[in-house]
Design a binder for this molecule. Structure first.
Ligand SMILES: Cc1cc2nc3c(=O)[nH]c(=O)nc-3n(C[C@H](O)[C@H](O)[C@H](O)COP(=O)(O)OP(=O)(O)OC[C@H]3O[C@@H](n4cnc5c(N)ncnc54)[C@H](O)[C@@H]3O)c2cc1C
Length: 440
């Protein structure tokens, strides 16, 4: 039986309260429909700043806003905590599970799926134990715990030899997330921790960045990625290009050179994984139910109206949508969510979709490298250094959900810049493996 009794209005079920799902729900505010937004977490997480939460610059509350709060004033919207598990496309019913494993059904007239990606370990699921990814709040807090604990461990060990692996930090993946976290670890060590430790010199922290390509940030122009490479070198990040991380353990990371196949091992107690993403497990169930194949990274191919071919009542948007090789960035998800909401509003109001195909407006991408240095690439516009950094800050504040979070984040950045301290370094002792799969 369906959990919610229909109020007689067409029901839109949205899976995922990230950028795609939230913008779809908001677009439907004035539509004569009932909106049910289901998410496995309670908050809309601003993933682009997860690494700042992991490195003690921002609190988890500053980068996450409760979905219920964000949709408080939208009277036609209801938020449900649960994990979507399967779909019956004929009966138009979505089945989801609660924390305790019990399940419930949600019937729908229209379904929007914006469930996003998770970190991919390319089949090496055992890596997660020693190399957390950077996709969720749990990941960020697990990384914060590893980083804080590593410096504390080093401080309490008597010899330099014993301290070395604790002060060596390995990052797999030289895309924006890997570059950002690598730079932030060096900044944490150089600026925030130097005066607080007595036995160790945090500046000795060695940060190793491993990347399979011949340059970091391959999604940016060659000139911008070269500029990022120079800045990383200047702040002391050791970048190793053309290598894959092929093994991780509690005490070591192994890399393999792509060309020569030469293997190297580095002693380290902290390994972070940002090398690839894949669709969350629900997408496989959805593809099966809709009778379509998953494409690269487990994505689902959609038509120009963002519906799944043969299913005019099912929209797939955001990172899990495959269309024209659009990148997995927040703008694609926001514009896709808004478009899907628009189409449903048109169907309900006018009896059919508005007929206009989805057109993505590229507003560019940005990556933070270090203090006073970020990259911004938008069409013909290319910025790096200080100008890029200021633009990066303005963009991120503008897109952060919630006025309070915007103000407090801007304040935190200002205080950190002025005082060089990082106050958000409280750690918890949760279990990232359980956190990755809380709904069993
Ligand atoms: C560290 C990091 C840095 C990034 N930096 C940038 C950047 O600088 N600029 C940029 O444009 N983009 C950036 N991105 C990418 C951007 O965050 C994504 O493109 C965007 O979040 C995609 O939105 P989405 O709605 O598709 O998915 P998400 O935002 O991932 O949201 C998916 C939601 O679905 C929920 N969910 C998943 N499975 C289920 C289920 N079975 N049932 C119920 N709920 C479910 C999740 O809890 C989540 O809330 C970054 C990403 C990361 C990880």
């Amino acid at each position: 039986m369906s959990m919610y009794i229909s109020n007689g209005k067409p029901r839109v079920v949205i899976v995922g309260g990230g950028f795609g799902g939230l913008y779809a729900a908001k677009r439907l505010k004035k539509a004569d429909v009932e909106v049910i937004l289901i998410d496995r977490g309670t908050s809309h997480v601003f993933q682009p700043l997860l690494y700042q939460c992991a490195t003690g610059l921002l609190s988890e509350g500053q980068i996450a806003s409760p979905l219920r709060h964000l949709l408080e004033d939208q009277k036609n919207a209801n938020v449900v905590l649960g994990e979507a598990k399967s779909v019956d496309a004929e009966a138009k019913v979505l089945t989801a599970s609660r924390f305790d494993g019990s399940t419930f059904d949600l019937s729908y007239d229209y379904l929007i799926v914006a469930a996003g990606m998770r970190q991919s370990y390319h089949g090496q699921e055992d890596f997660i134990k020693w190399a957390p990814g950077m996709k969720t709040l749990d990941d960020a807090l697990a990384i914060r715990r590893s980083l804080v604990a590593a410096f504390e461990m080093a401080e309490s060990l008597p010899t330099a030899e014993e301290r070395r692996p604790w002060l060596t930090f390995a990052v797999a993946g030289g895309g924006p997330t890997g570059v950002e976290i690598a730079g932030q670890i060096r900044e944490l060590a150089m600026h925030a921790l130097t005066n607080e430790f007595r036995a160790i010199d945090p500046e000795e922290a060695r940060v190793l960045l491993f990347h399979g390509d011949d340059r970091v940030l391959p999604s940016f122009s060659r000139a911008l990625s070269a500029s990022a490479g120079r800045t990383l070198e200047k702040i002391g990040v050791e970048t190793h290009l053309g290598v894959h991380v092929t093994d991780v353990s509690e005490t070591e990371v192994e890399t393999t050179d792509k060309k020569t196949k030469e293997k190297r091992r580095y002693e380290t107690r902290t390994i972070l994984w940002t090398a690839g993403v894949e669709a969350v497990p629900f997408v496989e169930a959805l593809a099966g139910a809709l009778g379509v194949k998953q494409v690269g990274g487990g994505r689902i191919e959609v038509g120009r109206d963002l519906t799944v071919p043969g299913h005019p009542d099912v929209w797939v948007v955001g990172d899990i949508m495959s269309l024209d090789k659009l990148p997995g960035v927040a703008e694609v998800a926001m514009q896709g969510g808004r478009y899907a909401g628009n189409q449903i509003a048109a169907i309900v109001e006018n009896g059919g979709p508005n007929g206009k195909p989805f057109k993505y407006r590229d507003l560019g991408t940005a990556a933070y490298i270090s203090r006073r240095h970020a990259l911004l690439q938008a069409g013909p516009i290319r910025m790096s250094g200080f100008l890029g950094w200021v633009s990066w800050g303005v963009i991120h504040i503008a897109f952060l959900a919630g006025f309070r979070n915007r103000v407090s984040t801007a304040l935190n950045w200002g205080v950190t810049l002025a005082s060089k301290t990082r106050r958000e370094r409280a750690i918890t002792y949760g279990d990232p493996e359980t956190a990755r799969q809380p709904y069993n």
